[in-house]
Design a protein around this ligand. Structure first.
Ligand code: FAD
Ligand code: NAG
Length: 180
């Protein structure tokens, strides 16, 4: 009787240990997606693409009251944007197209002049970034810059000259293997 009692107690203990291991293993298996912040886990849907809500959410920066700072920022920002388009591949891969599209949307959301970002968000909603090629991206960039020019009562820029205007002096495109 005594030995049967001890044996059944061992059996119960053994089963408890098994149950505990099962719980721990299951817990460890679920941890990666369950415990990551949503920006790393849930918000990236298929193949790590940021989802549309993240690309088109509210403008993040506060209002930038200082007109001098606003104009300086604008000139620098347009320079970065147009130069980015001018050096985008003429035949981009799907990954490169998606990178440019996401970049433009996040550039808008995070643009440090909040009221500018809000206006530009409406422009992007109406005229989504064109990312099929360098020339498409450059023409699109020129077009949306002209929409901002018009709202600010500035002269319209002739987009036929966009290629020359953003020859950044970076030299010809080098073959990939020559780049450091
Ligand atoms: C996304 C975004 C939104 C903005 N929203 C606002 C806003 O709401 N309110 C505000 O006050 N300011 C805004 N700005 C700033 C504004 O657009 C100007 O940058 C700023 O007023 C300075 O103007 P600028 O006359 O020096 O020339 P910019 O418009 O800064 O242009 C710089 C240079 O780019 C060239 N250029 C002009 N038009 C084009 C074109 N269509 N394509 C290619 N090149 C061109 C010209 O050589 C020009 O001198 C915004 C800037 C950006 C990037
Ligand atoms: C406005 O911005 C300009 C350029 O950044 C700066 O020189 C100036 O001091 C600012 N003015 C005020 C009142 O902050």
């Amino acid at each position: 009787m005594i030995s049967t009692g001890i044996r059944s107690r061992f059996l119960i203990l053994f089963l408890l240990v098994c149950a505990l291991f099962t719980i721990l293993l299951l817990g460890a298996y679920q941890a990666p997606s369950g415990h990551l912040p949503s920006i790393l886990a849930g918000k990236h849907g298929d193949h790590g693409k940021p989802n549309e809500a993240m690309l088109t959410g509210h403008a993040i920066a506060p209002k930038l009251g200082n007109a001098t700072a606003k104009a300086e920022l604008g000139r620098a920002a347009w320079k970065v944007l147009h130069t980015t388009f001018a050096r985008f591949p003429e035949k981009p891969t799907d990954d490169e197209k998606e990178a440019l599209r996401s970049f433009v949307h996040l550039f808008q959301r995070l643009y440090p002049c909040g009221e500018c970002a809000e206006h530009f968000g409406k422009v992007l909603a109406k005229y989504p970034p064109q990312v099929s090629s360098r020339s498409a991206a450059a023409m699109w960039g020129c077009y949306v810059h002209n929409i901002v020019n018009q709202r600010l009562k500035k002269d319209e820029f002739n987009c036929e000259n966009i290629g020359d205007a953003y020859d950044c002096g970076c030299g010809d495109d080098e073959p990939k293997k020559k780049q450091a």
